[in-house]
Ligand binder design. Structure first.
Ligand code: G3P
Ligand code: CA
Length: 267
């Protein structure tokens, strides 16, 4: 059992760092699938992170890579496959035989699961930004988030800050989180410039100064992907708002979450 160790110089107001499940409960379930999201909800996480892409026929699906090869029995680019072709794929067997037949979910199915959940969780939708441009993806996703009444719970993140800027410009009420990998100096200056709700830095790129400087500007720090206890305890002492992790059951214990005991029992 891990416990939160807080010293005198720790978070003055004793906020609890939140635990967000990265691609769902992805250490134990196939990433970005309904079982991974359901399991994360069941153990009582504060939030869920997942990634979105656009199919050939214009549907939003939840998947990490731009190609389906690594996590399914299919091959090819999502942008070249129809939704029907994608939903025929087995996205669970690669992870383990117990998950055979698990499908790549649509954004709509995941939002419905979250909207129907008894608990209110934060939702981090990462708008993918790799080789494929996906024009209009974030606007289409935003409209769906609105349709499910989830605008207050959702924060859009991306490594492509142009699309976040454009989303914020079109919909000022949208929350945006700036993903980045590098060690940035005074990132809050840039984050303020884009009217971002949060920065989403790689956890080894930040220090206490970044966390405090950003939070002092009213901007949250959600950091990824934190899977070791020592790092999580350090980040928690610095006062990060949320850690994004593949192993939320362990991290619920690290942050002293009230749901930690249930999660440890597998409830
Ligand atoms: O949101 C943090 C993290 O998900 C970004 O990286 O590659 O796991 O989507 P990736
Ligand atoms: Ca992601």
């Amino acid at each position: 059992m891990y416990s939160a160790q807080r010293g005198d110089d720790d978070m003055a107001e004793h906020r609890r760092t939140k635990v967000w499940a990265h691609r769902g409960y992805s250490s134990t379930y196939p990433e970005n699938t309904m079982p991974a999201f359901q399991a994360a909800l069941d153990i009582g996480v504060d939030g869920i992170e997942f990634d979105i892409h656009l199919t050939k026929d214009g549907h939003i699906v939840v998947h990490h890579d731009e190609q389906v090869d690594r996590t399914s029995n299919g091959s090819g680019w999502i942008r070249d496959l129809t939704l029907e072709e994608i939903q025929r794929l087995d996205a669970g067997s690669w992870f383990g035989p117990a998950f055979a037949g698990t499908r790549i979910p649509t954004l709509e199915a995941v939002l419905r699961l979250i909207a129907d959940s008894k608990r209110t969780v934060e939702v981090n939708i990462e708008r993918k930004a790799g080789m494929v441009a996906y024009p209009g993806l974030e606007e289409q996703a935003w409209q769906m988030v609105c349709a499910y009444g989830l605008t207050n719970q959702v924060i859009f993140s991306s490594f492509n800050h142009f699309v976040l800027r454009d989303l914020k410009s079109a919909h000022p009420e949208a929350k945006i989180g700036l993903l980045y990998m590098e060690g940035l100096v005074n990132p809050w200056v840039y984050a303020k410039h884009l009217d971002a709700t949060a920065i989403h830095p790689f956890y080894l790129s930040i220090d206490r100064e970044v966390v405090e400087g950003t939070r002092n500007c009213g901007i949250a720090v959600h950091t990824f992907t934190v899977d070791d206890v020592e790092s999580a305890e350090r980040l928690m002492r610095w006062g990060v708002d949320a850690i994004i992790t593949d192993d939320p059951a362990v991290m619920l214990q690290v942050v002293g979450h009230p749901n930690a005991h249930a999660a440890a029992r597998g409830v």
